[in-house]
Design a protein around this ligand. Structure first.
Ligand code: FEO
Length: 170
């Protein structure tokens, strides 16, 4: 049985992942409104992945006979200066999530919550990948800067993103 502290921390992370999903949806909407259709597609898939992350934690809590307590999701940012800024913020958000996951892992370690440690290892590996992907895209955006033709090429490249089967337990 998970301790109350551990259950509280996992519930908090469920909310963090849902806020992350909500934020990516907000970014998708902004991109689509600005006609960056490939970026919007990428963001929609990312939003869906974050929802799956939240569901992994929901399922884990249920499997450990813990109590899932869903909290209100904060309003995400809705206005951005540029598509470059959108991806800058996406990377910054992933870096924050990495810190959250690290904190959760440390807590699980201190609480001797061994099953949680195993579950959280998946998230640690996932964060390495998510930060790497976001950093690569940010780098490309900063290389093309305001070159419209190159921006369109990049948008087209991002439209090729396929759903990640590995992110789902289904
Ligand atoms: Fe669920 Fe992108 O971290």
């Amino acid at each position: 049985m998970l301790s109350q502290v551990m259950q509280g921390a996992i519930n908090e992370q469920i909310n963090n992942e849902l806020l992350s999903s909500y934020t990516y949806l907000s970014m998708a909407v902004w991109c689509e409104h600005k006609q960056f259709i490939g970026c919007a597609h990428w963001m929609r898939l990312q939003s869906e992945e974050e929802r799956i992350h939240a569901m992994r934690l929901v399922d884990f809590l249920l499997a450990r006979n813990g109590k899932v307590v869903l909290q209100p999701i904060a309003q995400p940012e809705i206005d951005f200066e540029s598509v470059v800024q959108v991806f800058d913020k996406a990377l910054a958000q992933e870096q924050i999530v990495t810190q959250q996951i690290d904190g959760l892992y440390e807590l699980a370690f201190n609480e001797k919550a061994f099953a949680a440690l195993v579950e959280l290892e998946w998230f640690i590996t996932e964060q390495v990948e998510e930060e790497k992907t976001a950093r690569e895209i940010v780098h490309k955006f900063h290389m093309v800067e305001d070159d419209s033709a190159a921006l369109l090429d990049l948008d087209r490249e991002l439209s090729q993103r396929a759903p990640e089967a590995a992110a789902s337990k289904a």
